[in-house]
Write a new protein. Sequence first.
Length: 440
Amino acid sequence: MDEITYKSDGFYDEVAASDQSHVHLILIATKPDIIKQIPLYKELQRRGHLVILGHTGQHYDENLSGGMLKEFGVEPDFNLNVRGAAHEVVSQIIGRLGHVIGELKERGKIVIPYVHGDTTTCMAAANAGYCHRFSSVHVEAGIRTLTPKYGEFDLGEDGFDCRAWRAFQMDRNNWERGSQEPFPEQFNTRCAEAATGIHLAPVELDREFMLGEGYCDDRIFVVGNSVADATHEAMSRADQSTVFERHPELEDGNFVRFCIHRGENCSNEKRFRAIYDAMKMMIDDGRKVLLISLFKTESALENFGLKKEVEQMAKDHDNFVYSPVWAEYVDVMLAMSKAAVCATDSGSMQEEMNVLGVPCVTLRFGSDRSESAINGGNIIAPPIDASLIKSVIEYAWDNEEMRNAPKIYGENVSSKCIDAVEEVLNKGDIFRAEEERIGL
């Protein structure tokens, strides 16, 4: 396992020297992992638990990982340094993390992997722990995609009624399950659930999903989403941000932030062009637009012959900012707090906009954060027609009803998460045999 690197040459001996039997292993891999897992890592440290931080290396560049780790003041205890195609990354995480956990197990430690959300690391790391009969703590458990019942609402071609469309989405009865999008995230979160001993659900809707799938009621805790802690913490450091020095045109707000990075949008030319053309029309109309471009965004722009055009638009239009992803979370949150609306296919952005009170438009056919649409602060704009997408974004633009939607992701969430873990540990271990589960 030469690919694994360690902060300390004596990593295993140092962990083994602790008189604590449980090792809380916080796993990070992607930018959302770092944002949502570090609050739990720091809470475990604050309470005096034996906690280590492991990075799989899934996101490894400065903008997606390195800069944020520096911002939060943490350094992983080990890095698996995974690379390659999707199937290669999965197998590397299982093999390399399985090795780390096995070494700790040989030294008499009970490992508790903390996996987050719906990432490849979440699925593979939960598998690696379960192979050693260690169940995971699943942070952000139970997220499942719901899709509006399009057959019961006439989207039409002319005179699309955005207000009625939002009202339709605010009725839970107008949503249905069954989507496999986002891909592979919906697969990942479902797989991770089967290896989980403590499910930390953000909202009651997620608990509903897991109970319907047969998971044990006494191991599901509705705690909120730790992104709320991260967002509030970032906003408390707003005076440290330099984002408006780099982008002074954003400081007075009144802009839309586009981020398009889902595989199903960026690999499908019809979907991508519907979103891109909506953005282009808004730029031509004089609306201020910020496009945050990630790896898959750039690939789509290249593959669909739009790269030169978008670069030229950025030169020709003072109201258009075309930028790679920003390294520091405080910059993202401070800028977004000024936005009129966020148009995104991200999962976490839907949550963060609720915390900030910014209207959100989700550029998908459904949402794995459908509670935010049912709550009224988010609205689905299916990527099928540029004019429809544009009309939904303009409806949401500084929409006061959407801004005032109730906050649903909680406060002091990391503390509630660790409370739940300690409650279970006070009764036994997180992995439990069948006779324990049924009480015989």
